[in-house]
Design a protein around this ligand. Sequence first.
Ligand SMILES: [Fe+2]
Ligand SMILES: [Fe+2]
Length: 282
Amino acid sequence: MAATSQSRVRAAPVVVDRAALLAEVLAACHSPSYTPPVTPAVGMEVLAMARRPDVAFQDVARVCEKDPLVAARVLRVAQSAYFSRGARITSLKDAIVRVGVQTLAELFLAETMTTRVFRAPGYDAAMSSLRRHSAMTAHIARALAAPMALHREHAFLLGLLHDVGVAAAAYLVGTRVPFATAWPTILDAHAEAGKILCRAWKLPAEVEVVVAYHHGGRVGGTLHPSACLVGVAEWIATEIGFGLDGEATPPRPETELRLLGIDDAVIAAVTVDAKNVAARIL
Ligand SMILES: [Fe+2]
Ligand SMILES: [Fe+2]
């Protein structure tokens, strides 16, 4: 039977063609009405922390680290002219110090109230895998950056945000198609969706480069050190069981390892360190 209204057509779960769904998701990224989601649990936790007069920035940062989208939101606001006053903000701790805990709490409250948060049957395990994968990649990126010029906290942030496009794309796909159909398309769209999100939020250009090009590490044919660093970090994360659901295990990134001067001894040491922090991420 033919649908009798536009809303009826949109509500029907009939889109199963992967290419068509991908095109839909990418088009939706460009919609001016698009608002990315924030995890309420993290927002509420920050609100509760803000009521404590003795709350430490370090503790707030630790909560924010649980969710890459929250981290990105904190950065976006902190980078506004009002908060940054021209200062360069490249890490989560910088951002929280600049914004202040109370303002941060209000920001989370506003986000929770005004944003449709992505929740859908069948997605829990995959989204949990995204959070674990992002957190572990961030820890490993920070460890790998220790002997390099790249600031350690900045490396952490790049790792935390690198797959932010996955959650953004999942939010766009929603419940229109079953998870099994949607997830491969979400993975296909995540780098582009993340790039658009970074631009919309005016995140630093380097974050956008990593989000857009962490698979392969090349920008216009040229290897980008930060994208390579995150690529290596997520390879190690996947090797120790913190891969992203549905993504194939990447091959050993030989070119990226050579570019960054990372040898087997460094990989072994970082792997041991990563396994030690695994318990805190689970
Ligand atoms: Fe990843
Ligand atoms: Fe990715």
